[in-house]
Ligand binder design. Structure first.
Ligand code: FES
Length: 154
């Protein structure tokens, strides 16, 4: 087979252009295609309902989680500060969460009392399954303030 140099280079340019156009089209389709991947729950059994005394705030360090046992039920709060994501420890003697990084202070339901945090501590979904307190630690929702509707009743 005899092919001229001019024809060979022309064909190579056409093939290169087709590859580039194909990559661009495939990339655009992949970008625009809706994501259907479902979030996978990460359930954590915090304990039995009766293990939590009313008024107590229990820390779960590894899960970065606080369980606040209120009269009406439970709040599962993230221990991650909403400012720059430091861990905000519960300080029992001061009855509040105190973030050591920039002195952010949160009250016992996670509302900002002072400092730079822009919003309350985030909430994890919590449910009572049988006699167990079960928290989904795979997600946390933002909130503007505390509301009694956030408390999961027993
Ligand atoms: S990270 Fe908590 S106050 Fe800045």
């Amino acid at each position: 087979m005899n092919i001229s140099r001019r024809k060979f280079i022309g064909t190579a340019w056409i093939l290169a252009g087709a590859v580039i156009a194909g990559e661009m089209i495939a990339g655009t389709i992949a970008y625009l295609w809706p994501r259907t991947r479902k979030r996978k729950e990460k359930l954590f059994i915090a304990g039995k309902v009766e293990d939590f005394k009313v008024g107590a705030i229990v820390s779960f360090r590894k899960e970065k989680l606080y369980i606040n046992r209120l009269d009406e039920g439970f709040l599962a709060m993230s221990s991650v500060c909403t400012h720059l994501r430091c861990i905000a420890p519960w300080v029992q003697k001061n009855d509040r969460f105190e973030c050591p990084c920039h002195a952010g202070i949160f009250n016992r339901v996670g509302e900002v009392v002072s400092g730079p945090p822009p919003r309350p501590l985030d909430l994890h979904p919590v449910k009572i399954v049988g006699d167990k307190v079960v928290v989904d630690t795979s997600t946390a929702t933002r909130r503007e303030k505390f509301a009694s509707s956030q408390v999961v009743t027993v």
